[in-house]
Design a protein around this ligand. Structure first.
Ligand SMILES: [Zn+2]
Length: 189
């Protein structure tokens, strides 16, 4: 190889390798964790296990997910890659969508205004799947998405799942040992 060819090769190789070294996430995923916050704001207004009053039915309930604040008409994003296994209406929480991510983990999206995907469709993390703006979830009167996590048919705190990133992937094992507070009573495919 001529000297100029070697130099050209090195420049091209560096141009390819440098961004990958600087931004290793580019190699496998544009997101840093297997599950992401499904709303842009990420502002949690009602947490998991929080008590709230269901005004319509005048009963106190315990919250089985988290409410994330947003604007009416704002997009809801798929928290992780998966299959849409349920689309329907929940007695508490209104229009509902469920994504199955693997044998153990499902995420649920309630209080939706519009659903943009159909049952059986494969979604990727970050895909637009719905919009918010409904007022069906009694846990908060502010416009919000109700986001839930089901692990082995029990509700877990979504914040525990969202904390796991690719560097701490072994934390998935911990989910198995978290004491669940609620069993899932809805028929969610
Ligand atoms: Zn809620």
């Amino acid at each position: 190889m001529r000297k100029s060819n070697v130099l050209a090769f090195l420049i091209v190789a560096a141009a390819i390798a440098l961004p990958l070294l600087l931004f290793p996430r580019m190699i496998y995923c544009s997101y840093k964790s297997p599950f992401i916050m499904p709303m842009a704001s990420g502002n949690i207004i009602v947490g998991f296990r929080d008590s709230y009053l269901d005004k319509m039915k005048q009963v106190e309930r315990k919250h089985t997910g988290i409410d994330i604040e947003g604007e009416a008409g704002e997009n809801v994003l798929a928290s992780g890659n998966g299959l849409v296994t349920y689309i329907g209406f929940s007695p508490i929480g209104g229009r509902t969508l469920v994504i199955r991510h693997n044998e153990k983990i499902k995420t649920t999206y309630l209080n939706l205004e519009q659903i943009l995907v159909s049952k059986g469709s494969q979604v990727s993390q970050g895909d637009r799947i719905a919009t918010i703006g409904a007022e069906d979830d009694p846990s908060s009167e502010t416009t919000h998405l109700h986001f839930g996590v089901i692990y082995d048919d029990k509700y877990l705190d979504p914040e525990d799942l969202l904390k796991i990133d690719y560097k701490s992937i072994s934390k998935f094992l911990y989910l198995k040992y978290i004491e669940p507070d609620f069993s899932v009573s809805l028929n969610q495919g």
